[in-house]
Every structure is written in C-alpha cells, then in structure tokens.
Write a protein of this length. Structure first.
Length: 190
C-alpha cells in the first residue's frame, strides 16, 4: 500500500497486523481523488488547502492521500489503538505529522470537534467496516456535531452490494463501483 499521487507519491504506508483492517486499495484511492479533482461538476470546493476528516481511518490512507495532494489539514478518527499507532508512524514517516490530528473516538458517537480538527471540514472520508450499519450513524453524527458544514463533500465507501441510506441534508452527486467496493460522493447542505 502506497500513496498514489501528490508530493508523497510512491511512499509506502504501514498497516497493523490482523484481519480487522480493510484499507482502500491504491487503485480505488486514485479513482476517488480523480473524481474529486475532475468529476464533480456540482461541487464548488477544492482539495487544495482543504480541511479533511478521515473517519474509520485505519492506516490513514485516505487522509494522508489528501494531504499529499494539497489538503492543509487532516483529522483522523479511529477507535482501534493498533490502527492509530500505524497511522501515527505513517504520518511521521511522510513528514505530515504537523498537519494531522489523531483522535481515538467512536465514530458513531462523535462529540463536537476539538479546535485542532479545523472543523467544519471541507471533505469527509468514511470507510466503515462493511455490512455493520455504521456509516449512516457516523455520517449523521458528523453533520449534527459540526464536523462538516454547508457544502462539504462526503466520500463514503461501502460494500458494492450494501444498501446505503443517507440522512437529511445529503445529496448524492456520484456513485462508482470498484470491485467489492461502492464509493458514493455526497454533498451536505445544512
């Protein structure tokens, strides 16, 4: 697993051992960032200088990819100590530590964001464990607690055959399927 674009392109990422982690593939990440940069006609935001939040962060691949491609700050949320330890090493190895905030939180029971999160974030990435019905409550919590604001882009990865329903305020902009993964691009309007 590596960073696929931007200033850290080609740099390797570490993942904790075990089978609980399912990182977004390099190919899918590259496609996601191509859609963000070139494929969302209705979104008037930009990755450049954006504040992003990577929920269910795991290795931090999505948030670190965003930093590599020009985001100003990334907040990473995970509740697994092993994932946060690997993420901390990845951020340090890339020299992105000062642009990253790591938080050990339950993504479906989010508190309001700390000042360090630079919220409301412009872009939210959510890649919850498949088929556990965690994505919708986490997405709604991001909106309810002020992690995202009016016009924020939310990039959600779920299993290709998983039913995904959003809460109020979210409009689907695009949907792509990559093998076993379905990626849904949403815009939030407060």
């Amino acid at each position: 697993m590596r960073i696929v674009g931007g200033r850290f392109k080609g740099r390797q990422l570490q993942a904790p051992g075990g089978r609980d982690l399912r990182p977004t593939s390099d190919r899918t990440r590259e496609s996601i960032f191509n859609v963000i940069a070139h494929g969302l006609n209705d979104w008037d935001g930009s990755l450049q200088e954006a504040s992003v939040v990577d929920v269910f962060a795991g290795t931090g691949a999505l948030g670190l990819e965003a930093l590599s491609r020009g985001a100003a700050h990334a907040t990473f949320i995970d509740n697994a100590g092993a994932s946060l330890a690997a993420l901390k090493k990845n951020a340090a190895n890339l020299g992105a530590w000062r642009d990253a905030t790591l938080l050990k939180l339950d993504a479906v029971r989010l508190p309001p964001p700390p000042l360090a999160a630079k919220a409301p974030c412009d872009i939210a990435f959510l890649d919850a464990p498949y088929d556990q019905e965690l994505t919708t409550p986490a997405l709604n919590g991001l909106a309810r607690q002020g992690w995202i604001g009016d016009g924020s882009l939310c990039v959600v990865e779920v299993a290709a055959d998983e039913q995904f329903v959003t809460g109020p305020g979210f409009t689907q902009m695009d949907e792509r399927t990559y093998g076993a993964a379905k990626v849904v691009f949403l815009q939030y309007r407060a």
